[in-house]
Design a protein around this ligand. Structure first.
Ligand code: PGA
Length: 263
């Protein structure tokens, strides 16, 4: 397969943090922090995933100040419109200039009983509206012990991509559940050992070209001090960052991983 350059993607999942005023302040501060000419952040794509109620404010700010961050949502409905109280359509997200939407985060699977079938339906809903699904997969500590690291994430991704058209534009996020918010990140080697088979699933389901172009992210206690190690791995193309994405200095340092990646 010809070598393909994938633009690294650093994604900030704010979860249920920051109201729309706090969101505006954080985006402005992050933009200023990254404009510091002494610290180039290279060709890295930055995507922010604020709560739904912040999206319009962040969209407006990004457009007005010509900020180069991509916008994403943390979830979407499987439905396009209708009598589904509390649900948010992919159509609305596309209208707010969202490029991405997180699907199947372990917190949705755990607290909202999202099954693989729901994740597959949401993946299709995202693609239907021109959004790039950021499909999250990952094993619990119990899965890890019983089945090893890759079996559950591989099965989850296979299920999510069932019936998706070859060549679809997706992002995959490998997030071991035991590493999320625990301060206990996987090692770069552990991440690579799962991200490589996940790319193989994309090849199998969506074709070799899609697999070569798809960004596979690692997520789970990523911070400024460990990002460089992950980014050195051949099948890790970025990170889905929770806690550290709420701290401007930490998130800016993660975005600038190329500065401290070393050799
Ligand atoms: P964390 O969260 O970086 O706080 O571990 C990652 C995630 O849940 O996406």
């Amino acid at each position: 397969m010809a070598a393909v350059t994938r633009t690294p993607l650093i994604a900030g999942n704010w979860k249920m943090n920051l109201d729309h005023q706090q969101a505006i302040a954080l985006v402005q501060k992050l933009d200023w922090a990254l404009k510091d000419a002494k610290h180039e952040n290279g060709s890295v794509e930055v995507a922010l995933f604020p709560p739904f109620t912040d999206l319009r404010s962040v969209q407006t700010l990004i457009a007005a100040d010509k900020i180069s961050f991509a916008l994403g949502a943390q979830d979407l409905s499987v439905h396009d419109s209708g009598a589904y109280t509390g649900e948010i359509s992919g159509q609305f997200l596309a209208k707010l200039d969202c490029r991405y939407v997180i699907i199947g985060h372990s917190e949705r699977r755990q607290y909202h009983d999202e099954t693989d079938a729901v994740v597959a339906a949401k993946t299709k809903a995202a693609l239907r509206h021109g959004l790039v699904p950021v499909i999250c997969v990952g094993e619990t500590a119990e899965d890890l012990e019983k089945h090893g690291a890759s079996a559950v994430p591989v099965a989850q991704l296979e299920a999510a991509l069932e019936g998706v058209a070859p060549g679809a534009d997706i992002v995959v996020a490998y997030e071991p559940v035991w590493a999320i918010g625990s301060g206990q990140a996987a090692t770069p080697e552990q991440a690579q050992q799962v991200c490589a088979p996940l790319r193989a699933v994309v090849a199998d389901k969506l074709g070799a070209d899609a697999a070569a172009a798809t960004r596979v992210l690692y997520g789970g206690s990523v911070g400024a001090s460990n990002i460089a190690g992950f980014m050195r791995e051949p099948d890790v193309d970025g990170a889905l960052v929770g806690g550290a994405s709420l701290k401007v200095d930490d998130f800016a340092a993660i975005i600038r991983f190329q500065k401290h990646i070393g050799v």
